[in-house]
Design a protein around this ligand. Structure first.
Ligand SMILES: Cc1ncc(COP(=O)(O)O)c(C=O)c1O
Length: 427
């Protein structure tokens, strides 16, 4: 016997998309939301590592050898670059946090696991997620036996009215909504963002109904339009927000670095304790500590750039923005009313940042359409239904533009248009 809850996850949809890509290698992928490798900072890996080692040796009056040996050892569970990260959070995210409230994690995925397992009671608590959402958090929570419920997302992020109704519904059942997981900036999968007004309203709701907000910021750096909204955490006067920051899209995924900011006090065994200490305790039994070698590379990068990554990201943000613009132009050229007979029932959002666009169609799409489209038309997309918890999104498609080569964008949309014609019986 294995964990029976595994079967509740259904099919491995990401594995399915990878299989399709392998089977149809010439198909252009509008499915992959990976960051663009051309902008990985991996070439500077060794120089950043060495800069970190030399800086620590100088500041702490140690031999270089001793710093290296320390990096090879087990290390502080909370992390070794917390001071640098606190300065970065201040410079780039306008967050005022203390180093002891930061835990350096193995990507956001570990941050989510630590937050859920530290905060939630399997019997009494419910975790609410956006629907659709990035499945990393709900899928972990489901296989670990936590209760997960979903609330729809609209163009302004999580639907606040439905959220309040769901909280009331669970209260009547004697359950507590303990945490609400949101991706306010350029959400994966929809590309939608939460306006400032809704950020304040969500914070008010969390105070009213006493839940924590698990804020996932993976794409915030990729802002293409005007002034970027501040993270919920920067507006969080009542300390309701547990902030999770990925560096996979900002730097590169193999670094496996992320962080949690948890500056709350919680009740534990009859006393008030810092939530960050309890999360650290959980981490001690999860991954022990985040690899010090990765932290040293990140530390060197932060030292080199005066604890701000905005200069590091300028070119990569411009490149992905350019891809978004090319994709929007290609959609206009192929699927607008002037060009396409079925256009009146087809629409798409204009994401202000991030890696994804949603297309709404008058026809339903499922995994068989993905196979057919790859085989016959040479393009791969993701049905939005793959990201829903309890079904939905049958008429929506997620297009990812981050990983695509700019030269492939027009052919990809032309091929997608041929697939749309087939679905709509247009010759
Ligand atoms: C919204 C969101 N959160 C988290 C992650 C995973 O982040 P990490 O690589 O830091 O674990 C992803 C990856 O695609 C994502 O889209």
């Amino acid at each position: 016997m294995v964990n029976p809850l595994l079967s509740r996850l259904g099919e491995d949809v990401m594995g399915f998309l990878n299989e399709i890509q392998i089977k149809y290698p010439n198909a252009i992928s509008l499915a992959s939301g990976r960051p663009d490798e051309r902008y990985f900072d991996i070439r500077d890996f060794a120089s950043c590592f060495n800069l970190y080692v030399d800086t620590v040796a100088r500041e702490e009056g140690k031999e270089r050898e001793a710093v290296l040996n320390n990096l090879g050892q087990y290390n502080r569970t909370k992390g070794i670059i917390n001071q640098l990260l606190v300065k970065y959070l201040k410079n780039d995210e306008e967050l005022d946090v203390r180093p002891e409230d930061v835990i350096v994690t193995v990507g956001t995925q570990e941050a989510m696991i630590l937050a859920v397992t530290t905060l939630c009671d399997r019997e009494k608590d419910v975790i609410i997620v956006e629907d659709p959402t990035y499945v990393g958090l709900p899928h972990f929570a489901i296989i670990a036996g936590y209760q997960v419920a979903a609330v729809g997302v609209n163009k302004d992020g999580i639907c606040l009215q439905s959220l309040e109704e769901k909280i009331t519904y669970f209260k009547e059942l004697g359950k507590q909504v303990k945490a609400v997981y949101v991706i306010p900036d350029y959400q994966n999968p929809t590309g939608n963002s939460m306006p400032d007004e809704n950020r304040h309203k969500l914070l008010d709701l969390s105070a009213k109904h006493n839940f924590y907000i698990l804020e996932d910021n993976a794409y915030g750096d990729y802002n293409y339009q005007g002034k970027r909204s501040l993270p919920l955490k920067a507006l969080d006067k009542d300390r309701r927000v547990i902030y999770m920051r990925s560096f996979s899209k900002t730097l590169y995924p193999s670094l496996r670095l992320g962080l949690i900011v948890a500056d709350q006090q919680v009740q534990y065994q009859g006393a008030e304790v810092a939530l960050s200490e309890l999360i650290t305790k959980t981490k001690g039994y999860t991954t022990v500590n985040t690899p010090s070698i990765s932290q040293a590379v990140m530390g060197g990068l932060l030292i080199k750039h005066h604890c701000s990554l905005s200069a590091v990201n300028t070119d990569k943000v411009a490149a992905i923005r350019n891809k978004r613009d090319l994709l929007l132009a290609a959609l206009d050229a192929c699927l607008s009313a002037a060009q396409f007979p079925g256009a009146k029932d087809i629409s798409w959002n204009i994401p202000e940042g991030g890696f994804f666009i949603t297309i709404n169609t008058p026809f339903k799409v499922d995994k068989n359409d993905v196979i057919l489209c790859a085989e016959r038309y040479g393009v791969i997309f993701t049905p939005m239904s793959f990201f829903y918890l309890n079904g939905g999104g049958d008429n929506d498609i997620r297009l990812a533009f981050s990983y695509l080569s700019p030269d492939d964008i027009v052919p990809a949309i032309e091929r997608l248009t041929s697939f749309f014609k087939y679905k709509l019986n247009i010759n």
